[in-house]
Design a protein around this ligand. Sequence first.
Ligand SMILES: NC(=O)c1ccc[n+]([C@@H]2O[C@H](COP(=O)([O-])OP(=O)(O)OC[C@H]3O[C@@H](n4cnc5c(N)ncnc54)[C@H](OP(=O)(O)O)[C@@H]3O)[C@@H](O)[C@H]2O)c1
Length: 365
Amino acid sequence: MAEKMLGVLVHGAGWVAGEHIRAFTANPHTKILAISSRKLASCQKRADDAGLKDVAFYTDYEKALAHEGVDIVCVCTPQHLHAENTIAAAEAGKHIVIEKPIANSPAELRAMRAAVAKTGVKTVVSFVLRWNPLFETIKALVADGALGDLYSVETDYQHDIASWWTGYEDARTKEKGVSALLTGGCHAVDAARWFAAKGRYEAATPVEVFAYAGGWRKGRDIEFNYHTNSFRPAPPLEYDDLEMVLIRFDNGVVAKVSVNYGCVMPYMFPIEVFGDRGTIKDNRVWSTKFPGQKGWIEIPTILPDSADVSHHPFQGQIDHFVECLRSGTESHCNLEDAIKTHEIVFAAQRCYETRQPVKLPLEGV
Ligand SMILES: NC(=O)c1ccc[n+]([C@@H]2O[C@H](COP(=O)([O-])OP(=O)(O)OC[C@H]3O[C@@H](n4cnc5c(N)ncnc54)[C@H](OP(=O)(O)O)[C@@H]3O)[C@@H](O)[C@H]2O)c1
């Protein structure tokens, strides 16, 4: 008997949804059954772009969740809707792909954790860089002992998030976007956790956070366009464009993480990992494993050097999650793990109020 395909509903038919649809369509065990969004025209566009014919469209999420045969819901709406969309999907008994950031407050994290724990559905959060080829290479080298014992990690999300992004109108606001570290910088926070742990599929557990916020874009109605090397008028960010965070992990590793939306340059995601037997700077390695080494060894690979979603390894993330569902295993990047990344972001917010280091886990999550 032929194996049953896992049915997929994609909710929120925007920029990132196109990549998830592509990945689920290419996976041999899944089939897109439905797309839901605010506008039917957006559902139609996503289906047309992917060449999908036999797909249902909904503007009512509850009705979409009830569509016959849906096993997986892929939440691709703006971030302020992720918690309620995830809770509704969990209550409907669906496995869930949750786009980052997963929540706008510790209270939302708590409610999501409770809903998923109650129904036992499986989740994966779109910290998609964990499947980037450089990330995979660094993790494999570290797990193999190339750097010895780790003691320090640095990751930076340097990106001119601005009005070119379809999600900017919501994300630039304090109410719906909350902070730069939450909207985009959470990728760098998650990367720091990922590289601070020695296990191949392990992310480190944070125990303390201290942070400063600053920059130049908050309230300023201009933005930089690096294609033309000029500034232009644009709606302002309602929060600071720069945050710098220090994190101490339970294994003793200390990390420095930043998000920088004010950078006057194209997108970059620098990575540094230091151990007592070697160092990695992006795709360059120095290790005592290579006793004859006279210069940095450069690994030809795909770096996290583009903001375009078509450059992100969504296929790896989706194939991994489908494998988790088929084998009944939990993802290393599930809701429970992502809560630790988000707690760092909310702890940084607390630092700006108290000017004191914040201990993790946060109370009440
Ligand atoms: N993991 C990554 O690397 C990555 C990359 C890019 C984005 N993201 C994340 O993905 C999420 C979506 O970003 P995006 O770039 O795809 O944004 P986007 O292009 O603005 O797409 C969001 C979609 O959500 C729909 N929507 C808005 N309000 C809705 C509602 N109340 N009910 C149903 N649908 C609603 C909109 O639908 P209509 O068109 O129907 O109005 C829009 O098409 C964000 O959280 C973002 O941070 C992650």
